[in-house]
Design a protein around this ligand. Sequence first.
Ligand code: PMP
Length: 425
Amino acid sequence: MPFTANRQFKSAPRLLQSAKGMYYTDVDGRQVLDGTAGLWCCNLGHGREEISHAVAKQIGEMDYAPSFQMGHPLPFEFANRLAKHLPGDMRHVFFTNSGSESVDTALKMALAYHRLRGDGARQRLIGREKGYHGVGFGGISVGGIVHNRKYFGSLLTGVDHLRHTLLPENAFSQGLPKNGTELADDLERLITLHDASTIAAVIVEPISGSAGVILPPEGYLKRLREICDAHGILLIFDEVITGFGRIGEPFAAQRFDVLPDIITAAKGLTNGAIPMGAVFVRPPIHDAFMQGGEAGIELFHGYTYSGHPVACAAGIAALDIYERENLFTRARELESYWQQRLHSLREQPHVVDIRDFGLIGAVQLAPRDGKPGQRAYQVFTEMFRRGAMVRVTGDTIAMSPPLIIERAQIDELIGRLAEVLAATP
Ligand code: PMP
């Protein structure tokens, strides 16, 4: 059981059996309202027949094609369909199998890009405290969640971190917080320290999810972009969570009107039905690789399952649904209702902060007896017992329902959380 306290799990297993629409059913036959779109990925809700038909058809037609020195048409079709939804002049896609792989791919691309352009001294990577970029060595090196890093040696060298933007003075902000824009100037400080000529890229989640929903202060991402532009540093947005309509646009880049050089994605790409990730790049990066470098190498990188036909079929079917049901913009329609209902929890005991943006919400609780995480974990288990799925991370309850959620189901989710908070010591 990955990411699970296994000893605890033995005594109270939570096993899910089936899923349809907004609900899971567990092995005991109880319905569980999905308040987290699985793990931030099932944006279209569950059990979409178009996806299962597309997957079954593709396995029948061609289950696999080698990704080495040959290919097949589906990744091209999927890439062309996706290109219409990408921000700015981004048009090119490299397919992976997960968010972690997308991040490692993006970091490698950034390093190789500078090298191909004769700027190979640019080897430093800058991440951010509390950032989550998956579990590959690249991802945990630029990531900033201590537990995910501390057991695994010295990690990548030449990595530095910006400070995170979770500030107590922003507690209970609705939407983007106002304080902390100047934290982006940490990048200037690192440039002074290391010299811009040694820095390849900066990677941030536009909204940090795994560390408990940390929002960018107003203007923060624009400022990061300006500093990167002034110093020839690539900006990577890790949109594994914020991509595919989570905040009311296909990508956070569009919602925040900030164009990064590279976007990493996964999760909502196939609605979580088949593992798949993607890296989107702007033309200068694509062109640098296409022109070839030393030894004619374009990008010597790939996976056995890059552009897997079955994953592409699932992704194309998912994209059909996003487009037909206008789900890329639905979070924006629901945002003010979601915000108002979420912030009504302020009256409940233990609540020390509430954060929201798009269809993401977080309720941060005071730790009980100074023990971090215990109260929030109890709220999570009790919510599940009462038929609603939320996510716990540290002292924070995070929610990110499928984009098909109805107002009545928002009421159900928030209402249940209010009851559980009121009953939790
Ligand atoms: N980046 C971000 C921002 C994520 O939220 C996640 C997963 N939660 C990942 C990367 C890693 O994705 P995966 O688990 O698919 O490797």
